[in-house]
Every structure is written in C-alpha cells, then in structure tokens.
Design a protein. Structure first.
Lengths: 625, 345
C-alpha cells in the first residue's frame, strides 16, 4: 500500500528545516520508504510505501511523527507543532443533547471495537475549500463535495477512515450493526450491487435496509447528495479479520478497507471525530445537533515491555549510548524508564499491534540510529557438515549438466505443474497426480510425476525454430503418497527429434562420464518422431565411480580380427558381444560398420602374460559361430 | 648405448640440413629403410648379453619412434611451405557442438560457490510441504494474509492432523525450521536454493520461481554480521565496488526486518548515466529482497534457545539477481522453453 501526501500538508504538523529531498532520503533510510518526491505547483507530493505492520504512519500525522524522530539524527531540526491526539478531545466539542438522536444497536461487540458518531444540522453541501480539494486530489482521490472531501481529508491527515451518512435516509433514526446473512444485497456508493458472502459487518436502518458495508463502503441509499441537510459523521474501528475476509470474498477493495483490515487505533477515533466536527463546522456550515455517541467497551490499557539494556548491543552488534536509546524511543512516542540494567518501555496506543517483544524495540532503536551507521563484519566461518546425500544431489546435477551442455544439448527448466491435456497426451492417469486446489490456470493444475509431458511439449513448441533439437532437464517429480508429503525425486530427462541411437548415445555418454557399467535400458520412448528418456538421479548416484578401475598396461601384442555377422532376433549385437566376452583373451569389441542386417565387428585379443599367435585368436573367434 | 646417442645426434644434424622432399626421402631410407641404420641396430641384438636384451630393444624402438615422428613433422612442414594455394586463416575452425545451460543453473552454481567459501552448506528440502513448515514455524499464524488462496498454492488433499494443509512452498523459508531441526545444535550455516510457487502469472511474475535463502544461527550473531555477509555477497556476485544498504521493513519471521538494496549495476550508484537520469534504478539503488534477524519465535519452533543463540536470515529471488546482473528482464522466457532463449547461454 502507498499513500500520497504533500510537503506543505506535512508542515502543518511538523516544524523542520529539512528540504523535501532530505525528507525523502532520510525517511527512506530509517522509516517509511518515500519512493518519490515530485514538485507540483509550489508544493511537493510524496509517494510513500506503507508496510503492512505500520498502518499507524499511513497519514500526514504518522509521517510527521516518524520525521520528528528521524530527521534530528541527520542534524535537522524537527518536532511536532502540536499533537492532534491530545489536542482534539471530546471536551473540545459542545454537545447538543436536545437536538437530533440516533438509536444504535450493536448486536455483537466483537464487530466494532469503538463506535462514535455525531449528527449535524443545517449542513450546506457545496464545493470544498481549495486546499482540501487540492490535497485530496494530490492523494489520488476524487474531489466530490465538502462533506465527502472532509471525510477523505480526515483519513489522510490522521489515518482513520471516516464515513458520512445523510441522516434523513437512516430510517427511524436507527442503526443496527450486525453480521450479514449469506446472499443479502447492498448497493454501494459506486452504484455496484454486491451480494454478500455472509458474516460481513453491515448496518441496517429502522426500515430493514442495509445502509453500510462497514469498513469498506457506504450504501448508495444514504449517500450525501446536494439536497442533504443533516449528516452523521461516523468514526469507527472494526474487527480487522472480518473486514479482510469481506474484501477477499467480495473482491471489493477500497482505500478505507486497506486501513481497516490492518487494525486501527481506537484512541485515534476521538481526535478524528473532533477534528472532523471542526472541519464540517468551518467548511460546511454544519451545526452540531446531537450528543456524542461513543461505544468503547474495552478502552486501551497501557502496554509496557521490559527489555534488558544489553539486548540492544547483543542484536545490533555495537554499543549505543543509553541516553541515546531513551531519546530515540521518546521521540517515537514511547515512554522509557531506566532501572539498573533494564528499560521499561511504554507503548503508545497506535503501536500496540506491531510492538510486543523486546526485539521490536531493538528494531526501533537500530533503524532510527541508522542502519548506515552500523558497521559491516562477516561472521567467523564455522564448519557444518553437509549431508552426503544432499551434496551428491548437487554435485551430480552439475556434472551431468556440464557434460550434456558440451555434447550440444540445451538445458530447459519446465514448470513443475502440467495440464490435464499434457497428462492425457502422454497416456498417464489424472488420478495418479496431485492437484492444486486453487490453480490460476488449467495449464498448471497438476504436479508432474514424470518429465515426459513437459519434454514432449518443449520439442513440439519449438518446431520450425530449429531443425535438430536435443533438450534435457534435471528436475523433480512429485509422486503422491498416502497421508504424507509426496516423494520428491530428481530425474534426468532427455528429448530429441533425431533418432533412437542418437538419444541412446547421449545416455551412454552420461554413463561413461560417471563410469557406470550398466546397459542403457530400453526406457527410450518414441512418439511422432520425438524420442525421450528419463533416469532417476539416485540411480546414477548409486552406480557411479569417481575414477574407473585401473587396468595394468599390457606389454604384449594385440591381435585385431574383423568378422561380419548377419543380425536377427537371436543374433543381436548384445548377444554376440556377451558370447565373445566369455573368452578370457578378448579385451574389446568394436562396431566397424553396419549395412542393413550385416554387422562387421572388430575383436581385440590379447594376453597379459605372453604374446598370442593369430591362430589362437582365430580359434577364440570361431567359437562364436 | 653411446651408439644410440651418436646415431640420434647424427640424425638431428642431418635433419636440420634438409630443405626439400627428395632429401627427406633419402634421409628416411637411410635411417628407416629395410637396410637402414635402425634395422642395423636391431640386428645387433644377437650380440647383446641376454640380461640387457630387453632394455636394448626398448631403447632402439623409442629411437625409431622419435625419428619417425620427426620425419613426419618435417614432411608436413615442407608440404605446407611448398603450397602456394591461398590459405584463408579467417575461415571458421572445425565446428564442435555447443549446447547450453539454463541461466538459472549458472546463477545457482555461482551463488552456491560464493557462500561455500564462507562455510555455508547447500541443503535440499521439500517443495511440497505442510502449512506448519511454510507458515506456523515461521511465526505466521492462521489468518495471516500470506496464507490466503491468492498468495499460496494449495494441494487438493486431506490436511495433516498436526501440520495442516499441503502447500507448494511460497518461499524457501520452510527450510529454516527443517534445518534447525536437522542440525539441532548451532552453528547453522545454510544456503537453501529451491523452486517456489505462488498463484501469480503476469508480465513480472511466473507461478514458479527460484529463491535462495541464507540462514546463520550461532552465538553472538548480530546485525553487523548480516551486513558483512550481504556486502560480501554483493561484491562477489555483482562485482567489486557494489555496496548494500538496509532499509526498515516488516516480515513475520524476522525482527528487526530489513529490505536490502544494492548499488545499481548500470549507473554504479550515481543515479546518472551520461549526465542523464539512470533509467534502471531509483536514485542509484536497486531492491534486492528481504532479510532480518531471526525472530525468537522461529528459533523456539526450531528447538533453539533464543536466549543463547541469535541469527540472521534472508530470502532473495534468483530471477531478480539475474535480472539485476545481466538485464534479462522478461521473466516469462525463463520457463517458456523457447530454444531461441535457451541456446543463448
């Protein structure tokens, strides 16, 4: 989430001699990231990132508070001109008990941690004063009329979203806050009809109409119009989980909702209502015509954290002066009391969600002290044994990747998920695969149990781009297991559009590289001219030898004999080779040539302890036929 | 023996005087012909005492081989000299196959090596894991936004009674708890590189991506060590002179939490290229990713006493560091399998 506020607006709360660029730079280092400061009509617009746990600084006031703590660390003057949280109290408002009233019923106090409202009479709806409409526009919000703009202006200034109702459209002056029922409908201010999923926080008026989808958007039926005379200023803090759930389930995400869903400070409600009253009185001629409605069942109790002072040094790595620590915390609005080696820190209400353990305080002190002021020291190395089976996985992948690359293959990495179509095309069963329950695309719905479907697709997708294709992938497959995580196995998959022996040769090369004495299995498949194979990485790891077995060099003569055979079902290359190898004198067999089913082989005969004569070798070879 | 040496010297002398192929043929006959000097030597083997015969034979054969090689070399030399045909040295050499590794493989290898040097071991943990490893053990309780259907991919199987639903890991941080439980007693020096998954597919996101996760747990680990490690990595991976900076951020599994920036690889941190504003970075810096000091709850879940040990952790995107280093910015190419992309690396 980002907010946009202007420099002059900030200066209403912050007294400083820092320039806009300095504010951008220094705040980004120690607090909110100010992504840009853009000059606009004699003012600067800051675009600021709000991290999820710091909704408290998503406002002009919040940024002023941060700036007041950060800028002095860079030698800049900075302090809050005044604190609206203490300046705007209910006591500032003159209630009018004899005027208008509202019957409020909250069915479940878990829905709304604080409920406040006041009613105004004689409201004159019209354009906003220039400074309000300009600032609201700079923040990226449409300017509508004085009442609505004031509500947005309040949210941006103090970080508390606000709603205004047309009082006369709240039938029987009754508001019942409750959970929605599934299928109930509400038409919101943007004229969209929303069917509610149920369990959403809503307000029903005395005639049974829904007038507010709380925390998200008001109902169209009670919106402010040019004819509106009486309005309700409505400031609440809602159950954040409920708001979030409604946003997720309806897909309706408003700026107000992005505040409410993060959890807001109940203590800020009072200041917002009072400041809002002041603005409406001033810019919409509104007359306060009711008492202040304030339902606040569990007021904020001061939260304290005790931290050992040495914890700061332990985590930051350098010693920061105790006085400095206290100063930083105080500038951020914390109370800090030192007692011997401990610091008792009081957490301001607006930080109650994100500050709860000592480490949180370390972060506060370290960031304001400045991460750029903390030195950089590599920790000492320390030996940790890498499990052999993990090491092997990576060592072998690298070996194989390099080999195949040098053989001219292209490595591909495919998604681990495949489509139903790909599975069926490969003749596999859908039910053998794990399925994603919330897949965003049919293309990636199932976890693959083999690399084949992806590799087929790789070749098919590249037809026309290159004539000869040889791909390989080393990746996991995910084999389902009952009541357990799937078995995740690495496999080597190879695919070519060449021929059987091309692919077989590649596999043989892998085996040779790893000194594996295994026959290349028949696991080579062909479909539409695409050849694929797949090998378990664990099988390669299990059978490999780092260096082949050394053979004594032979000083005696080697006799080479060529012979041609007719191949058939019973006389295959393999069977001939196996038979030939039964001779103790045979040291090697090579293919010389093949023409149709005529195969010429070359046999190498030798002995380790004497010179053979040709007749002996011939005798061995004759045994073959 | 001296006989052999003399012959060798003599041959070398003769060879050096050869200037055409006729002379070379004559030289060949003189030494290697049927009645040549080498054969003379072999015939003399009868006169050699039995115990020296074997050694003598070997020596003569070696000499023969040497002479053959030298004559061959000379033949080649003469023939190339003689040829006055145009020899175009600019023609391409013999073509050897050149395949490719995936750009991700390069990065994984590079990153692993950088961290190995400072004693980090690469580990392997599941990509399909329980909610417990992916969330609870990382201080992300039920209801945390990262656990939404919109943020995490779930598997359609019955949940585990203790560990929750099965998920495709949305980050490599599931390795944190698993590594703590495996090692039991620190030191821990882990680098976990793995595929991760999130239900997001557009111009800048793919539903599968890679992360590398560093975890260091030991006595007296503090922010200065994290800074030291990040500086070390940035210098080694992005190049000498690369600097890092930390900015405050928020993550559930670290406290304090930071975002790391490194100086822009294009403008080197100056924010200007040829006097103009650098188009790649924001005022000289590029965002690298998230990091922080390990949250005490995460240590506790891993069975490690947070009063005794502290640690840091980071998780960065591999595609992101590749983009920063090599400018490969369309991430969809990575897993699209287009040969025109793959064969470039």
């Amino acid at each position: 989430m980002n907010i946009k506020i202007t420099h002059n607006w900030l200066l209403e709360y912050l007294e400083t001699d820092a320039t806009a660029d300095q504010i951008r730079e220094y705040l980004s280092l120690c607090g909110p990231s100010v992504e840009s400061a853009t000059k606009v009509d004699g003012d600067w617009v800051y675009d600021i990132e709000i991290i999820s746990n710091r909704i408290d600084y998503a406002s002009v006031l919040g940024i002023s508070q941060e700036a007041a703590a950060i800028l002095p660390m860079f030698g800049k003057k900075a302090k809050l001109k005044f604190d609206p949280l203490t300046a705007y109290k209910f006591t500032k408002i003159k209630e009018n008990n004899s005027g208008l009233s509202l019957n409020v019923k909250i069915e479940d106090k878990n829905l709304c941690s604080r409920f406040t409202a006041v009613i105004f009479d004689n409201v004159k709806i019209g354009p906003s004063p220039k400074f309000i409409s300009e600032r609201v526009l700079a923040a990226g919000i449409k300017s509508i009329n004085n009442a609505v703009d004031v509500s947005n202006y309040l949210m941006l200034t103090l970080g508390q979203p606000v709603h205004v109702f047309d009082y006369d459209e709240i039938k029987k002056q009754t508001m019942i806050m409750r959970e929605s029922k599934k299928g109930e409908k509400i038409t919101t201010l943007d004229e969209q009809e929303i069917t509610l999923p149920g369990g959403d926080i809503v307000i029903e008026d005395g005639s049974g109409r829904l007038v507010d989808l709380c925390g998200i958007m008001g109902g169209l039926n009670s919106a402010i119009s040019n004819k509106t005379k009486r309005i309700i200023l409505f400031v609440q803090t809602y159950n954040k989980e409920k708001v979030r759930k409604t946003v997720m389930n309806t897909g309706v995400r408003t700026v107000a909702a992005t505040y409410f869903e993060k959890g807001l400070d109940e203590e800020r409600v009072e200041a917002t209502l009072v400041y809002g009253t002041e603005l409406l009185q001033k810019y919409a001629s509104a007359k306060l015509a009711s008492k202040i409605y304030d339902i606040y069942p569990n007021p904020y109790k001061k939260k304290t954290i005790v931290i050992k002072l040495e914890t700061f040094e332990k985590l930051i790595g350098i010693k920061i002066d105790r006085k400095k620590i206290r100063e930083i915390l105080t500038n951020l609005g914390f109370g800090a009391e030192e007692k011997k080696d401990f610091l008792t820190v009081t957490v301001p209400s607006y930080r109650k969600y994100d500050i709860s353990i000592p480490e949180d305080l370390v972060e506060e002190v370290a960031r304001i002290y400045g991460y750029q002021n903390i030195p950089s020291r590599l920790q000492a190395p320390s030996y940790v044994e890498q499990p052999k089976e993990m090491e092997d996985l990576f060592v072998f992948q690298n070996k194989i990747k390099l080999l195949l690359k040098h053989l001219g293959l292209n490595e591909v990495i495919n998604y681990s998920m495949v489509s139903k179509e790909m599975i069926q095309d490969s003749g596999l069963k859908i039910e053998d695969h794990l399925r994603l329950s919330n897949s965003i695309s049919e293309d990636i719905e199932y976890l693959r149990i083999t690399l084949f479907p992806s590799l087929y697709k790789n070749i098919k997708d590249n037809i026309g781009k290159k004539d000869i294709m040889r791909f390989f992938e080393i990746g996991k497959v995910y084999l389902p297991r009952k009541n357990d995580l799937p078995e995740e196995n690495y496999r080597l998959g190879i695919a070519t559009n060449t021929d059987y022996f091309d692919l077989k040769g590649i596999v043989e090369a892998v085996y040779k590289e790893l000194n594996i004495k295994l026959d290349v299995t028949e696991n080579i498949k062909e479909k539409n001219g695409i050849f694929v194979t797949e090998i378990e990485l664990s099988k390669l790891i299990k059978n490999y030898q780092s260096v082949p077995k050394f053979k004594q060099l032979n000083q005696y003569s080697v006799i080479k004999l060529d012979k041609t055979f007719i191949l058939d079902k019973n006389n295959t290359y393999r069977s001939l080779k196996e038979k030939a190898l039964s001779s103790k004198l045979l040291i090697n067999v090579e293919v010389v040539s093949q023409f149709n089913n005529k195969l010429t082989l070359r046999f190498y005969y030798s002995s380790m302890d004497r010179n053979l004569i040709e007749e002996e070798a011939k005798g061995e070879l004759d045994k073959l036929v | 023996m001296s006989n052999l040496d003399n012959l060798k010297q003599e041959f070398n002398k003769n060879l050096s005087q050869i200037s055409n192929s006729e002379q070379l043929t004559a030289l060949h006959i003189k030494y290697l012909g049927r009645n040549g000097l080498i054969n003379d030597l072999l015939k003399k083997i009868k006169e050699i005492p039995n115990e020296e015969k074997k050694q003598y034979g070997t020596q003569v054969n070696l000499l023969k081989k040497e002479i053959e090689e030298k004559i061959n070399a000379k033949t080649k030399e003469l023939s190339s000299k003689k040829s006055d045909k145009f020899f175009d040295k600019t023609m391409p050499g013999k073509q050897y196959p050149k395949g490719s590794s995936h750009i991700i493989s390069y990065a994984i290898e590079e990153i692993t090596k950088i961290f190995e040097k400072i004693s980090f071991i690469r580990v392997s943990y599941p990509e399909v894991d329980w909610e417990y490893s992916a969330f609870e053990s990382l201080n992300m309780p039920k209801g945390h936004p990262a656990r939404d259907d919109f943020e995490t991919s779930y598997i359609d199987t019955p949940p585990h009674p203790k560990f929750g639903k099965m998920v495709l890991t949305p980050h490599t941080s599931n390795g944190q708890n698993r590594e703590m439980r495996r090692v039991k007693n620190p030191p821990i020096r882990m680098i976990n590189i793995s595929k991760c998954y999130r239900p997001n597919w557009d111009a800048t996101h793919t539903p599968m991506f890679y992360q590398f996760e560093g975890l260091c747990v030991d006595k007296d680990i503090n922010i200065t060590n994290l800074k030291g490690t990040l500086d070390y990595f940035a210098e080694k991976y992005f190049g000498r002179g690369t600097k890092t900076r930390l900015r405050p951020h928020h993550f559930q599994f670290t406290e304090p939490s930071f975002e790391v920036d490194v100086t822009c690889t294009v403008c080197k941190g100056s924010a200007k290229v040829n006097g103009k504003k650098c188009k790649v970075c924001k005022s000289g810096w590029l965002e690298l990713g998230g990091t922080g000091m390990v949250h005490p709850n995460v240590l506790k879940e891993g069975g490690i006493n947070p009063n005794e040990f502290t640690g840091w952790a980071f998780g960065f995107g591999i595609e992101r560091v590749i983009m920063m280093k090599y400018g490969l910015d369309d991430i969809r190419n990575y897993y699209g399998g287009d040969i025109r992309f793959l064969e470039q690396f």
